[in-house]
Design a protein around this ligand. Sequence first.
Ligand code: PEP
Length: 256
Amino acid sequence: MIHRVRKPYIAGNWKMNLDRARSLDLIKTVKGRLGDGNDREVAFFVPSIYLADVSAVAQGSPLGVGGQNLWFEANGAFTGEVAPRMLREVGADRVLIGHSERRHVFHEPDEWMGKKVRAALDCDLLPIYCVGETLEERKGNRTDRVLKRHLETGFEKIRVEDAHRLTIAYEPVWAIGTGETATLEQIGQAHRAIRKWCVQRVGEEAANLMRVLYGGSVKADNAKEIMGVDGVDGLLVGGASLQADTFLPIIEYDLR
Ligand code: PEP
């Protein structure tokens, strides 16, 4: 049994999936299975349009509810975007920033990341900041360089006292939604590099408060071994978070 200094964090990213009825069913089922939330943190990242309904159902439970993206201004002429205060208003307490689909499908540039992370924190939203290399970058031995660049841009406006509210997700792009999981060695290596960078950036005491998650084709049958990798504090789960029977065993990875 590994000794954990940080509370495990299991997060589900629904992306643009489910409908309203199935979202609410899933929340009700997971809420009913969660205990007091003392030994693990569980959250869903929900399409903005369902946030109000989903957070109403989650209310009174330790289940976290978050948005999948935000824009860093408070208001203005930004058609199609959602401001941090709007996410708060419909019950979100957290948000994903820099997910690989935002970076690679919608071409969000590195320069936005620091502003987004800052805007989330300033509005009391807990960010999960996603970093990770493409297959081409891994094959070209550029993984460390890419992680460093993602971290530098995301942490641009971070102060030491923000660190405990910040979570990082290491998500190799080639492992997201592909069924291909990074090896335990690759996961361990990336997590070590991320933690080392964080220690250098905010100091050991603050960095020790930050959780680093793994994401990329996590399933019930690999969750336990990934959670056993030194430095992995939790999991960010896409496809397997869409149904109770695939997500609950991941939440309860250590109970079987
Ligand atoms: C994700 O959406 O962040 C993700 C890791 O997806 P999947 O688990 O489906 O690979």
